[in-house]
Design a protein around this ligand. Structure first.
Ligand SMILES: Cc1cc2nc3c(=O)[nH]c(=O)nc-3n(C[C@H](O)[C@H](O)[C@H](O)COP(=O)(O)OP(=O)(O)OC[C@H]3O[C@@H](n4cnc5c(N)ncnc54)[C@H](O)[C@@H]3O)c2cc1C
Length: 477
């Protein structure tokens, strides 16, 4: 490895050289965060590694470099998945060894910490570099009410942790509906909602006010025959799920802490959207969206659905917040559609996905510039970042900057995050936290889903390497 041959003197110099250049000193808050960027800083510049990583320590850069290289190797992700699933992982010694290695490498690179105190330190450190945090407790899907109740406590606790920081530090609390409503029920609700879309006279007595969750082009193949109505037990489970979301929404509303609902695969997404929109109708008031939904632009129906939902929300006077992503379940979606004998719901080419993301981004920016609502552009894609920055300038940065949040995963695409932040935009990192044993399976699953992204993060690896080289040279000469 390159740094094995570095002399102790140089290493000492490197350690001292933690901050080579102060980054901007303002700390954004949700409404008054962004100090006006100087005209020179207003564009997205990603060439100058010294400027981008000025506030990042050499130790952090070295760890980033090692982890990024390791994650780019597909076989390492496979090995990680194999170890976590295999029986060797159940043996005490082996498990301890794997956990210690994971804790010191991948976990500390991609996670905020094991508990609220550790997460707090990561949040402060990130905020010192000008970025904000989106806290996500790394829980997996729940299959019964007991699991959902336990998860709800974690999410509520997450709101308490988040609100204990100034708004300049934590931008959103994340919730996975699959963790607070049992998965089998989400599947049943989605089936029933799809059947109603196919047969508008089909009555769903439990359905509350919501917004459109399907468009003409939405895939409905998952539901081939008329589903049975909810049983009394399912109705009671649904009531419990509604109560959990209501409790969480109320807590977020009281704390004025926006709640971002993650999107999952299409088997359960109709029910997730249904919960999200009915909750938004309750909590999103006075130009202040509290509950945000997620639109996956890799889906062919994404744009049409987004337009319909926004139109209906406008008619009802509900200010909406959306997180826009490309989507993380590509292979699951294609396989599922194939098993039903249908074409994949994902765009046929990656360029179509890029176009859809950029069109939806442009549409949402126009909406928030001229009316209520907010938008989170969650992407590592540099071209999409550049286009959004250009659109913000075209619309007038002042009109959008408090309503726009860029977001990247913690430990990924730091160059883009710092570049956007240097250009005067609000930027958050999506930060999972929780005990290593709980978060590692979550992380590895995300790594498996995002293989393409990990392998494609060469741009960031190159910039980190360039900056490490520059610091090394600066220490030697
Ligand atoms: C803060 C944050 C929150 C997120 N939340 C969610 C969420 O709630 N739900 C969710 O599903 N995902 C979520 N994601 C993951 C996201 O959906 C993407 O998987 C990931 O960010 C990669 O997309 P990108 O915009 O960064 O673009 P890029 O870095 O450009 O990645 C493009 C990737 O898109 C994929 N792709 C999409 N469409 C096609 C196609 N037609 N053909 C081939 N490849 C295609 C490929 O895997 C490719 O590697 C989140 C990401 C972030 C940063």
């Amino acid at each position: 490895m390159a740094f094995r041959v570095i002399s102790p003197r140089i290493l000492k110099n490197l350690r001292c050289n933690t901050t080579t250049k102060p980054l901007k000193t303002f700390h954004p808050s949700i409404s008054t965060a962004i100090a006006s960027p100087s005209p020179a800083a207003a564009t997205l510049s990603l060439e100058d590694s010294e400027q981008l990583f000025g506030s990042v320590s050499t130790k952090q850069l070295l760890r980033s470099s090692v982890v990024q290289h390791a994650m780019a190797v597909e076989s390492l992700v496979d090995l990680g998945m194999w170890v976590m699933k295999s029986s060797v992982f159940e043996s005490g010694v082996m498990k301890d060894l794997v956990m210690t290695t994971m804790r010191q490498t991948f976990y500390s690179h991609f996670c905020a910490g094991e508990d609220a105190a550790a997460a707090g330190r990561s949040i402060r450190a990130l905020n010192d570099t000008g970025l904000r945090s989106m806290l996500v407790y790394g829980v997996e899907d729940a299959h019964d009410n007991e699991g959902c109740d336990k998860n709800l406590q974690w999410f509520l606790n997450n709101v308490d942790v988040s609100k204990s920081f100034p708004p300049s530090s934590v931008s959103f609390v994340i919730v996975k509906i699959t963790a607070i409503c049992p998965m089998p029920l989400l599947e049943r609700l989605s089936d029933l909602l799809r059947w109603q879309q196919k047969h508008p006279s089909f009555v769903l007595p439990w359905k509350q006010d919501s917004l459109p969750i399907f468009a003409e082009s939405s895939p409905l193949y998952h539901t081939q025959k008329r589903p049975k109505p909810l049983t009394p037990e399912e109705e009671s489970d649904l009531q419990l799920a509604n109560q959990r979301l209501l409790k969480l929404g109320q807590k977020c509303e009281e704390a004025n802490m926006p709640l971002l609902v993650d999107a999952e695969h299409t088997t359960v997404q109709p029910a997730i959207d249904y919960f999200t929109y009915s909750s938004a109708i309750i909590h999103n008031k006075d130009n202040n969206p509290i509950v945000f939904g997620t639109i996956q632009s890799y889906l062919k129906d994404a744009k049409e659905r987004l337009l319909l939902t926004i139109k209906a929300a406008e008619k009802m006077g509900v200010p909406m917040g959306f997180k826009l992503v490309r989507g993380a379940y590509m292979s699951t979606e294609s396989k599922l559609a194939e098993s039903f004998g249908y074409a994949s719901p994902i765009h046929d080419t990656i360029q179509d996905t890029h176009n859809c993301f950029n069109d939806c981004s442009s549409f949402l920016l126009e909406k928030v510039a001229n009316g209520p609502g907010s938008v989170v552009l969650a992407t590592h894609n540099i071209e999409s970042g550049k286009l959004a920055v250009a659109k913000a300038h075209e619309l007038g940065v002042e009109k959008v900057k408090h309503k726009l949040e860029f977001a990247q995963l913690y430990g990924m695409s730091d160059a883009l995050s710092y570049g956007l932040s240097n250009a005067g935009f609000q930027v958050s990192k999506y930060m999972p936290f929780g005990p290593v044993e709980m978060v590692m399976p979550y992380l590895l699953r995300r790594a498996e889903e995002n293989r393409g992204v990990l392998a494609a993060s060469g741009f960031d690896r190159e910039l980190v390497r360039k900056e490490l080289g520059r610091r090394l040279k600066a220490s030697v000469f």
